[in-house]
Design a protein around this ligand. Structure first.
Ligand code: FAD
Length: 145
């Protein structure tokens, strides 16, 4: 039977001012709105921030995932939004997260820097699968912490 759950992976460039307070306030606002909308839309996923870029996995019914991605692409808080993957999946990778955020703790920053350096700090050189696996690994660590 065909899967009715899809996973979408993209990355983008951060356009939010880089001072810590402004960035944190904007991310808080994005996460609060995302969690509200995503619960309504049966979307789960994770958002990673590092080296001036966002990478995000959205998983859920195709129609709501596509609608969320449409809204996200219009958002002026980031740009150069590049779709890396949109595939049917058997199981959600982030069943417990309406939208987890990874990118604040030191261990995660270091881990992403390792991966970043092998790809020139450029998420555009990571595949959708690599980003999905990275986020999943970090989410498991975060839940265990
Ligand atoms: P409203 O919240 O009513 O917003 C109306 C309009 O105002 C929208 O066009 C919105 O983009 C814009 N807007 C609102 N606040 C600001 C602001 N502070 N600065 C600039 N424009 C603003 N949304 C989700 O639903 N799920 C997600 O997983 C998700 N992930 C995101 C990840 C990133 C990296 C970014 C930058 C945004 C993400 N968003 C997500 C937010 C998304 O882009 C839309 O802002 C949101 O979905 C709009 O929700 P709404 O239709 O309820 O409109």
């Amino acid at each position: 039977m065909a899967s009715s759950i899809y996973s979408l992976v993209y990355y983008s460039r951060n356009y939010i001012a880089s001072d810590e307070t402004t960035f944190a306030a904007n991310v808080d606002q994005i996460l609060a709105k995302s969690r509200l909308n995503n619960q309504r839309d049966e979307i789960t996923g994770a958002l990673l921030f590092n080296a001036g870029c966002f990478a995000q996995v959205l998983e859920g019914p195709l129609d709501t995932v596509e609608a969320a991605f449409e809204r996200i692409q219009q958002d002026e808080r980031h740009g150069d939004v590049s779709l890396l993957a949109l595939n049917p999946i058997e199981h959600r990778s982030f069943p417990n997260w309406a939208m987890g955020f990874i990118g604040t703790s030191k261990i995660h920053a270091e881990r992403f820097a390792d991966i970043g350096s092998s790809s020139g700090f450029d998420p555009s050189r990571l595949t959708g699968d690599e980003i999905n696996s990275l986020l999943r690994e970090l989410a498991i660590e975060e839940e265990a912490a």
